[in-house]
Design a protein around this ligand. Sequence first.
Ligand code: UDP
Length: 332
Amino acid sequence: MKVLVTGGAGYIGSAVVHQLVAGGDEVVVFDNLTQGHRAAVHPDAVLIEGDLSERGAIDAALSEHRPEGILHFASHTLVGESMEFPFRHLGNNVRCGLNLLESAVDHGVRRFILSSTANLFGQPDRDLIDEETTISPGSPYGESKFILERILHWMDDRFGMRYAALRYFNACGALSPDLGEDHDPETHLIPLVLQVALGQREHVTIFGDDYDTPDGTCIRDYVHVADLADAHIRALHALDGGSRTYNLGSGTGFSVREVIETCRAVTGHAIPATVGPRRPGDPAVLVASSERIRGELGWSPRYDDLRTIVESAWAWHQSHPRGYGDRAPHAS
Ligand code: UDP
């Protein structure tokens, strides 16, 4: 299938592009490279440097390449930033998504995959989160994704757009030692902890150890980026059977302390950790029930072992201590 991937130069998007190309799909990446990296784009994919805020640029890409499907990753994703600058996330993510969808409808594209988020569930009322769990987004970022899910519902109803909304829990790991996570600023736990092992940070701060969990630190569901990529490809090829929404996690939770311990074991570094205050908005436990996608698409995570996940991330960080190396010199 020929597909257009927005954000295909980013962490998750680039991993999906690599898997699509490996499976024989033809890929056009549409990315403005503000967060993505040219070096992360598969060499066999076409790269269009474009911005989703410009409807004309999307129209041109769809007219020229005529994809059968679109996978939409490009967005502002930082939860904390979205609390500070809600218009950036609500405005930009929704406007850009609408531009893309309107253009898709006009160009006859009827398959769409949305990268959605566990942040839709805010402070969930249960520990194992399935698709029936009450939606109450925890931030403007989560709300922007929920709005896009609802818009897709109507695109299906009105235009027969078949879509899959995939709600990721904690994406992590690296597809290969040459394709990994490189954010600026970095806010995610595993890369931050590994930066301590690389000597780039003095210590890691644990955001609260007084939660109602066995060791007092937050529990999250860490799902490997290769497993996420596999889920996208299965969802894309299943769309003719109808639209669908899935929660995507490994179904197993690990605490912040367990993650740090595993990073110590993998790297052999002491990784000093200090306890700081809770981070506002963090739920104690966030673990997905992925029963629906397991049952319907036969998906199951191959990397449900935290050690293997951290080993893959560590291989990437060791071989690319400065990420893709395309940051401005002041960035850390
Ligand atoms: N966390 C932490 N220290 C850090 C970064 C994250 O203790 O420097 C915790 C955070 O509170 C959460 C977990 O690690 O419980 C995972 O956070 P991350 O930002 O990676 O993903 P999120 O769960 O927010 O999507």
